[in-house]
Design a protein around this ligand. Sequence first.
Ligand code: TXA
Ligand code: MG
Length: 330
Amino acid sequence: MDVRLKTQILSAGEAAVAAAARVLAEGGLVAFPTETVYGLGADATNSAAIAHLYQAKGRPAFNPLIAHVGDIAAARKIARFDAAAMALAEAFWPGPLTLVLPKMPDCAVADLATAGLDTVAIRIPAHPVARDILRTFGGPVVAPSANLSGHVSPTTAAHVQSDLAGRIDLIVDGGPVAVGVESTIVGCFDEPMLLRPGGLPRAEIERVLGRALRQASADAESDSGQPLAPGMLASHYAPRAKVRLNAVKLEAGEALLAFGLGAISGIDAASAVMNLSERGDLAEAAANLFGHLRALDGKGVGTIAVMSIPKEGLGEAINDRLRRAAVGRD
Ligand code: TXA
Ligand code: MG
């Protein structure tokens, strides 16, 4: 963007929430914490604000956004809930679940936010700061992760600042987030379908549905030829460094992203070492994932070697993000 904005940074609290609601109402852009990752919010009904949001992120305009609302009543004005969607909303909202649902005919969310699709992604976040902002603002807020397009999602206000300072109006600093990976996205416009693994493990969703979730393949396309969840496109989350998965031996000069206390040969020649969770805890690993990737990438290392990480529970989302980070960029 050619216009450089002065980005204000406020610690979470009453004044910050009031300022955030004011900026949103005026069509501005506010980064705020959710329990999954920091989001970059704009008034979901204001196309001009949403256009600025795409610009600020450098995001391709075909990638649709998640509308964040404060309660189920607000969600039902936007989208049509079938029985499965209702069951999931009641079980997991507020929380790290996004539902993609058919739009209501008079849906207030701007077409630009849904990239012209006839479905809309909705979530009720659990973070108290996000909830306070939504309540005070009083309308739906679209909020993609608050990073430049192609970068990993921010889990602290400092990450947001390093990507978006000068491009947005306000950052509300609520400290590091709890979950650390984005919400799980489930489509309920047909058979319930997993569109993106995330902070809510698949098994918990399947327990509520009483059946297995269909799996959308990464190259699945909707009728309009749009990807079902463009966030699933292979190289979405990419550090500058090359990422090598399931490393059992370290090559000289590589940085190591470890998990647990298992041994790995060649560690003495590592250029840097960070551990996602020494005690092998997947929730701790998810919370550390993007911050550790950013920190190792920030050291300018050529390759980040990642030890293998179990695939169950939150491990599905962690492995998914690591696979994307590992897709070659050149
Ligand atoms: O945890 C999260 O979900 C965070 C926080 C801020 O809420 N948000 C987030 O937003 O990760 P974003 O924009 O980075 O990812 C949203 C994903 C994208 O992959 C997008 O393609 C998909 O949701 N999506 C949005 N609307 C959709 C729709 N109608 N159909 C299919 N996928 C959709
Ligand atoms: Mg994102």
